[in-house]
Design a protein around this ligand. Sequence first.
Ligand SMILES: Cc1cc2nc3c(=O)[nH]c(=O)nc-3n(C[C@H](O)[C@H](O)[C@H](O)COP(=O)(O)OP(=O)(O)OC[C@H]3O[C@@H](n4cnc5c(N)ncnc54)[C@H](O)[C@@H]3O)c2cc1C
Length: 393
Amino acid sequence: MKNLPAGLEPNERRQQIFEAVGALCARFDDAYWRERERTHSFPTEFHQAFADGGWLGITMPRELGGSGLGVSDAALMMQIVGNSAGAISACSSIHINLFGPHAIVKHGSTEQKLKFIPPLIDGKHKVAFGVTEPDAGLDTSSISTTGRRVGDRYVISGQKMWTTTAQEANKILLLVRTTPKDQCVKPIDGLTLFYCDLDRRRIEVKAIDKMGRNAVDSNMVFIDNLEVDLESRIGNEGDGFRLLLDSLNPERILIASETIGVGKRAVDLAAKYASEREVFGRKIGANQSIQHPLAESWMALEAADLMVWHAARSYDDGRNCGAEANAAKYLAAEAAFEACDRALRTHGGVGYAKEYNIERYLREVMLMRIAPISREMILCYVAEKVLGLPRSY
Ligand SMILES: Cc1cc2nc3c(=O)[nH]c(=O)nc-3n(C[C@H](O)[C@H](O)[C@H](O)COP(=O)(O)OP(=O)(O)OC[C@H]3O[C@@H](n4cnc5c(N)ncnc54)[C@H](O)[C@@H]3O)c2cc1C
């Protein structure tokens, strides 16, 4: 990225973020990330460099050691990271720090905030996010991991799926059913949020062998009679899902911004290659069949980017931004997927070679069409909430 995104109001602080985060990312080149991907190893040095620079606390309150900045600034930081050689792997290694502890910041007690947040900012603690389960899928109200109250403790048992960074983390944010669904007024009642030690004596973590983003692990997690104290419970019993909702919109905005960063990188690399590679005695970039798809992708990415900054501004101004945050995530994932696919084809055969990195970016952005919410569910949401059509899920 050569400049601040066009849709983001420039100011001195953002220019500083742009330069400092860009310089930090530049220390970790494609060779570094290819090796992390090849060996499935967490980018510890990268994560620590962000912790040392204070960047992991960009959205955390100042009184807890953070920078107290808004989602617009955090989304800028994450677009720069996504645009770097680390692409989505780099983003995913730090992303959860920016939105994951949001429920604690907003709904935790003063003691919980003081105890839990500073170690996340300085990188001493790493957290995994355990919501998805194998038998519930996107229907979160149907999770079956249960928490049983026994005196002043809860005993938690069940299974989570896809839990990212559970190999590395020492903490886990767990959504657990504490009241059976059939005894609740609403399906989303009776779910409780816990922030507790990822105690490996009671929690077994098995890595999922997956398509891409292999520098950052995702796992099956088996929880067997994990005992947690009351201090581990965030907010009231039964309110867990509602507490999580607060962090969903900022998460979607950040993911959209990260994904656009990758798409922009792919288009830039493709344009550079197209202006150097000669076939049939001329540069391949002189062919419209090469130019037009890249030009179209540039437009699609810029348009999605405008939605990101619109959603981020709305969130920071305290306005409802559910539709805009979801739309930004949808448009970004579609535009970046197309951009990486086209960039790969622009490179011809070498696009398929790992050395050129584009195949890694393509595998990574495909994830953004699925998680943390699928493109189909975003369409369902917009149809219902914006267009007033019947709820279809
Ligand atoms: C690499 C990776 C990392 C992840 N990290 C985490 C993590 O750290 N923590 C965590 O909790 N989760 C994580 N997830 C889980 C992720 O959020 C889910 O995979 C995602 O929400 C989709 O859920 P599912 O896989 O159960 O799909 P399903 O719910 O089984 O859905 C399958 C398909 O059916 C479609 N579908 C389902 N119902 C409807 C409907 N009513 N209308 C239209 N379409 C429908 C969906 O859109 C989707 O295309 C991760 C996933 C991946 C792949």
